[in-house]
Design a protein around this ligand. Structure first.
Ligand code: TRP
Length: 329
């Protein structure tokens, strides 16, 4: 059985793109792997959230993942800051992480450009903390999106370096997890590109039906096809792709035929699309809202997760300490 580790960023609400691009795969993975899923709240400090924001962000993203089907009985679900073994490994890994390589990381350069008033050391050593998250459980695989590939590459480098210095077999070299399921790229509503966090482009799982209708009705379209079986321009293709994901085949075929016969009315199509999205998100949204109210459940989940994660982490830290040369008197 493979050990899989993934950190979850605690910023922004989950949207349909996150769901089909990642979360749905997590729900699959937990069935046949030893999965550790955690909320990366220490990482979030690199952008200086207020104390109130910090907690509510963790709570929201936890509730959202649980509502999507992450199962704390199958996977180890925890909050990063509940596991003090992680910062110990982070401190030790920092001793073999070099300023030059950290400064060259794309994500560091991006962040430094975005928040020039706050280029803190946490930002610089972000990949070291991420490596500690991964190596603490001796992960074999890490499911990461494109934007995290370089950080995973750093984790691999730090693992190899540690193995070279202290002993070949300490850490498995973590591989990027390749999804077995189909990788679905969900388009956004603003006519081009994928669904992201930008205003108006994304439908969040927690959006209420009224908001979903409003967003879908405002989605970019055009004045309609003028020739039979015309190729679909990107904004129109995007609406069809969304429909393909959330609607029945009959519904999709119905509007596709209308398009091909130049009889399509985008208003009708969007109305249907909005209702089908609502049908899909409503049960998840209700679960999110229920879980957000249920502090006792969240307490239970995070306590159990922290215990399981610490048990695994403590073993690694003990071994690492011994290898580095720490001895008890
Ligand atoms: N940096 C990741 C992101 O922004 C979150 C993360 C933190 C992570 N630690 C991790 C992902 C460990 C995978 C493994 O999405």
């Amino acid at each position: 059985m493979k050990t899989v580790v993934s950190g979850i960023r605690s910023t922004g609400n989950l949207h349909l793109g996150n769901y089909f691009g990642a979360v749905k795969n997590f729900v699959q993975m937990q069935n046949d792997n030893n999965c550790f899923f955690f909320i990366a709240d220490w990482h979030s400090l690199t952008t200086h959230p207020t104390p109130e924001d910090l907690h509510i962000n963790v709570k929201r993203v936890l509730a959202e993942y649980l509502a999507c089907g992450i199962d704390p009985e199958k996977a180890t679900v925890y909050v990063q800051s509940d596991v003090p073994e992680i910062p110990e490994l982070y401190l030790l890994m920092n001793m073999n992480a070099y300023l030059g390589e950290l400064e060259r990381t794309t994500s560091f350069k991006d962040k430094a450009r975005k928040q020039p008033e706050n280029v803190n050391a946490g930002l610089l050593t972000y990949p070291v903390l991420m490596a500690a998250d991964i190596l603490i459980h001796k992960a074999h695989q890490v499911p990461v999106g494109k934007d995290q590939e370089q950080n995973l590459e750093m984790a691999r480098k730090f693992a190899r370096r540690f193995n070279n210095i202290y002993g070949e077999e300490t850490f498995p070299i973590p591989q990027p997890y390749s999804y077995t399921g189909e990788f679905i790229k969900v388009p956004g509503l603003d006519g081009s590109g994928k669904m992201g966090k930008s205003e108006g482009n994304a439908i969040c799982l927690v959006d209420d039906p009224k908001d979903i209708r409003k967003k879908v009705m405002k989605a970019v379209s055009d004045s309609g096809p003028t020739e039979m079986n015309q190729e679909k321009p990107e904004p129109i293709q995007n609406l069809f792709t969304l429909m393909d994901i959330v609607s029945t085949k009959d519904t999709y075929d119905f509007f596709n035929d209308k398009y091909n016969n130049c009889e399509i009315r985008y208003g009708d199509m969007k109305k249907q699309l909005a209702e089908d999205i609502i049908n899909f998100t409503s049960p998840i949204r209700e679960r999110i809202l229920d879980i957000m109210q249920d502090d006792a459940y969240l307490h239970k989940v995070t306590k159990m997760g922290a215990e399981k994660a610490r048990e695994s982490a403590a073993k690694t830290v003990e071994e690492v300490r011994r290898l580095i040369g720490f001895r008890k008197f």
